[in-house]
Design a protein around this ligand. Structure first.
Ligand SMILES: Cc1cc2nc3c(=O)[nH]c(=O)nc-3n(C[C@H](O)[C@H](O)[C@H](O)COP(=O)(O)O)c2cc1C
Length: 174
């Protein structure tokens, strides 16, 4: 039985990958962990692009330095036409799409970790150029990119990994 908290603590952002591709059955399991994620009203607006062809991977690497040599990546998006719009939210019509996509991404990231596969959540890239490169329609919104694969010898935790605020700085009991 996996100790979930241990898994969470052991996961870190891998920023250097080998060129070893993920085995198809492991990739399938990672995608499955995202498939079963909760989403608002169960609308499941997520759209996941598996960038795995050399062409797709090099296109992605042309718009961000944060592919870190990974031979594949997940570009996690949501469909704005499908996701729930929260009309009771302060900002009228606030979409739950980014939250839904983030939960999907988190579950996939932790499933990857359990399989010994590293990842890094990446938002620092040009969304507009990415949209153009992959011909994404306007209703498909980009949440984040996640290069995934096997960590190279240089792919060790950064100093930030150990730096987490204590609970009393982030939790308020009311
Ligand atoms: C929303 C989000 C965006 C991030 N964007 C980037 C990024 O563009 N480039 C990068 O190298 N890391 C990125 N990260 C990784 C964080 O920097 C990292 O998770 C944090 O510093 C803690 O380190 P750890 O993941 O190793 O524990 C991002 C993480 C999140 C959650």
């Amino acid at each position: 039985m996996t100790d979930f908290l241990k898994l969470c603590k052991e996961r870190y952002s891998v920023r250097s990958f080998t060129d070893r591709k993920i085995e198809p059955e492991k990739l399938q399991k990672i995608l499955e962990a995202g498939r079963v994620a909760p989403t608002a009203v169960n609308f499941q607006p997520q759209v996941i692009y598996v960038l795995q062809s050399p062409d797709a991977v090099s296109k992605m690497a042309s718009v961000t330095p944060y592919m870190f040599g990974a031979p594949q990546a997940l570009l996690v998006c949501w469909d704005e036409n499908i996701c729930w719009k929260n009309h009771r939210h302060e900002e009228d019509g606030h979409s739950a799409g980014e939250m839904d996509a983030s939960i999907v991404l988190t579950q996939m990231m932790l499933q990857a970790q359990e399989l010994g596969i590293g990842s890094c959540w990446v938002c620092s890239f040009d969304f507009k150029k990415t949209r153009e490169l992959f011909n994404l329609p306007d209703n498909i919104k980009i949440a984040a990119l996640m290069p995934i694969g096997y960590a190279s010898a240089q792919g060790v935790p950064s100093d930030r990994h150990e730096k987490r605020k204590p609970l009393d700085e982030t939790v308020r009991y009311l």
